[in-house]
Design a protein around this ligand. Structure first.
Ligand code: ATP
Length: 288
């Protein structure tokens, strides 16, 4: 095999709690991760000259060692003791710096893709260990589907996929730095924490209402304060008929949960009309 294609799916957080800060600076989290049908397309090709080359269709992305694809490819080649040259083409559909783990999922797809292309036969357990060295969300992107994520994001418990529904995912024309959000989170002043255990039970019981009524993200306290447009998008989604709406990850992406695709499509038209978002997708949950 000379070439391999992979889809790298983005995620949303149905619930996101931060429990504390570790001495090494990482935050202890407790989140419900859900893969969604917005994905990047990656093509991995063997090339005769050594080295890792990346081409992407979005100018703002780094193509050097700062790209998470590069970090993942380098780690895989080193692990396999291979000097094979690799060319990766990225078609970026997931909004960038959006709270949808776009970079992390590309890194996970690279580990999985190159393990296959180069016939590495590295077992899942070791791939997960390699993944966390690249970033806290990368192990989840290897596992995919629905999961409870704890520790710094590397302690994963797979969950059943929630009941079918439709999503509207919108990103305003701002980029949010995850580092800024965590640095400005004031844990001691939080009035309440999301009921992540209750949401887990609701998912296990396939209770969509139980899930949507528990949608909460503590990082909204930082990001909405700094960028009120996120709150406005949430309002607009609720007004357009969403069961609930929430910011994903450190933002600024907002998702609304709708009973049906028709309702989500109708809400998309409304949101398109008021100009709060730059990128807008109707999507659904994806199973691993
Ligand atoms: P998370 O939800 O994990 O916090 P995010 O969606 O907020 O991630 P990303 O889209 O992963 O953020 O991008 C964050 C930064 O990482 C970008 O500013 C970008 O320059 C850099 N980056 C490196 N590699 C990639 C990649 N393959 N795709 C997207 N961004 C990348």
């Amino acid at each position: 095999m000379e070439e391999l294609k992979k889809k790298a799916y983005g995620k949303i957080n149905l619930g996101l709690d931060v429990l504390g800060k570790r001495p090494d600076g990482y935050h202890e989290v407790k989140m419900i991760m859900q893969m969604v049908s917005v994905y990047d397309e990656l093509t991995f090709r063997k090339i005769p000259e050594p080295g890792i080359r990346i081409a992407a269709d979005k100018e703002e992305l780094p193509l050097n060692e700062d790209n998470l694809i590069y970090k993942a490819a380098k780690q895989m080649l080193e692990r396999l003791g291979s000097s094979q040259g690799i060319f990766v083409t990225l078609k970026k559909n997931i909004p960038i710096a959006a709270g949808m783990a776009g970079g992390s999922t590309d890194a996970a797809a690279t580990l999985l893709g190159l393990n296959e292309l180069l016939e590495g036969n590295i077992p899942m357990e070791e791939l997960l260990e390699m993944a966390v060295k690249i970033g806290a969300d990368v192990p989840y992107c290897i596992l995919q589907g629905t999961a409870l994520s704890e520790g710094i994001g590397e302690v994963l418990t797979p969950l059943p996929v929630p009941p079918a529904c439709s999503l509207l995912i919108g990103k305003p024309d701002i980029n949010v730095s995850t580092k800024y959000v965590y640095e400005n989170l004031q844990l001691d002043t939080l009035k309440q924490h999301p009921d992540i255990d209750g949401m887990r039970r609701a998912i296990e019981e396939q209770d969509l209402e139980g899930i949507t009524e528990r949608m909460e993200n503590v990082l909204e306290t930082v990001t909405i304060q700094r960028y009120p447009v996120i709150g406005e998008i949430k309002e607009a989604m609720l007004k357009a008929g969403a069961l609930n709406a929430l910011m994903s990850g450190s933002g600024p992406t907002v998702f609304g949960v709708f009973d049906s695709k028709e309702l989500a499509e109708k809400a998309k038209k409304e949101l398109d009309g008021i100009g709060l978002v730059k990128e807008l997708f109707v999507a659904e949950f994806v199973n691993s």
